[in-house]
Design a protein around this ligand. Structure first.
Ligand code: SP5
Ligand code: ZN
Length: 345
């Protein structure tokens, strides 16, 4: 399988995220992508290429222009507030809630940070924009290669994407790489695209983007949002709206779920994709379902991921894999490569 590797990912280096009233070291670190790259090379799983470049208009198929503009200039604005900010991550600390206005763009930088985000766990750093943009290019390049006839392609990038929405960042995500890939597949001629999200966390950004659309079916297996991040979306009764009614499937699972129950839910999602008669598949490939993940609660073992890949291949669809979460750094390369190797068996 061809991999598009984001060779600028390490320009995004968060120092700290807010957790229980404290700033703690980031879980989403550059070594994650490095370990996956190492493992793909070691196993010779296929060609590894850098992305081709796209202009920012390509991002506007998914993201709001004022959000893209904000991200592009955010770091310089942050440093212009105080030169000492160059040594600090930018984190939001104020947000609009129900009844507040989002139509008036605040002049104040902190107020705009909050308008365009939903948590204080997602630091914006000096190279965040460059890294995220070049990651989006990986997803677009992978979609392009699949449209050109490749069976499958992998976008190996960080920061991840599935929590990012049309105009918000959060959950370590800024640009929604999987959504960009899905839209590129649609724009390139795929009539119906399924986005299957197997990250531990519900992809609230992706769900929001496609909730009222019938041409992109979002399906997700994740920790039950009643107790797990991102909390406010991902329940089983969210089935789509308007033209998209019936084209959103959430399969929340309790913390502690092991492989057998998780795999049964995967089989259910794959049956729904077959019934939908999708033309192409995007997989939001998070491996934070691993038993050793430091921030998650499922119990998958490294060898289980081979079967995950084999099951995904049974869909028989042109497929774009997009790297999402997975924070057990020592195992993230093995687990991710096991999925891709299983897919190719
Ligand atoms: C892409 C992705 O997987 N994003 C996940 C974002 C999760 N952010 C909240 C993390 C909460 C950290 N909890 C620490 C528990 C330490 N025992
Ligand atoms: Zn996750």
């Amino acid at each position: 399988m061809i991999t598009f590797y984001n060779d600028r990912h390490s320009l995004h280096q968060g120092r700290v995220e807010m957790f229980r009233g404290e700033l703690v070291p980031c879980f989403e670190v550059a070594a994650r992508a490095d370990r996956v790259l190492d493992e793909l090379r070691r196993r010779r799983l296929g060609a590894i290429e850098p992305a081709q470049a796209f202009d920012d208009a390509a991002l506007s198929r998914i993201h709001a222009s004022r959000y893209v503009e904000f991200l592009r200039g955010a770091w310089d604005e942050w440093v212009s507030l105080d030169p000492a900010n160059a040594r600090r991550d930018a984190l939001p600390s104020v947000w609009p809630v129900r009844g507040h206005r989002s139509d008036v763009l605040p002049e104040n930088f902190a107020a705009r940070m909050g308008l365009f985000s939903f948590d204080a766990g997602t630091p914006l750093t000096a190279g965040t924009w460059q890294a995220a943009r070049s990651g989006a290019w990986c997803a677009l390049s992978a979609a392009g290669r699949v449209l050109a006839g490749e069976r499958a392609a992998f976008a190996l990038t960080r920061p991840p994407g599935h929590h990012a929405g049309q105009d918000f960042f959060g959950g370590y995500c800024f640009l929604n790489n999987a959504a960009l890939a899905a839209q590129a597949l649609r724009d390139g001629g795929a009539g119906r695209v399924a986005v299957l999200d197997i990250d531990y966390h519900h992809g609230n950004g992706t769900q929001c983007l496609f909730y009222e659309r019938a041409d992109v079916f979002y399906l997700s297996l994740h920790g039950d949002p009643r107790s797990e991040y991102p909390f406010y979306l991902g329940h089983a009764d969210e089935t789509g709206a308007g033209a998209g009614l019936g084209f959103n499937l959430n399969l929340p699972l309790p913390r502690g779920t092991g492989f057998a129950a998780w795999f049964a839910a995967l089989a259910q999602a794959l049956r729904a994709i077959a019934d939908y008669r999708a033309d192409a598949l995007v997989v939001s490939l998070g491996v934070d379902t691993f038993a050793g993940d430091p921030i998650s609660g499922f119990r998958l073992q490294s060898d289980d991921y081979f079967q995950v890949g084999e099951a995904l291949a049974t869909a028989g669809l042109p497929s774009v894999f997009v790297f999402e979460g997975g924070y057990a750094v020592a195992a993230v390369g093995i687990n991710t490569a096991n999925v891709l190797e299983g897919f190719q068996r």
